[in-house]
Design a protein around this ligand. Sequence first.
Ligand SMILES: [Zn+2]
Length: 91
Amino acid sequence: MIKNQATADTSIIEQPVPAADTRISTILPASTAMPIHCDLCDEEHNYSMAFLRGLPSLKCKQCGDERRFSSLELKVLEEALKQMGYYIRTA
Ligand SMILES: [Zn+2]
């Protein structure tokens, strides 16, 4: 019985080259909850992107502080998500 020996002919097997573009973007639904911290007491609240896009006024459940979510904050938030490869559906 002759076992299958490794042959002298060691042909180099071409390894699949990983794609140069490794950026993966994830599309999230508009209902994705975003953690927003209260300016005053730092209590964390979760609001959906769809809700935040309407630039609502956010009332803290903990201390009752109320403030308006600004378009600048929305822009910053969306930009930060984009940096991490997340895109939020607009619809
Ligand atoms: Zn608060």
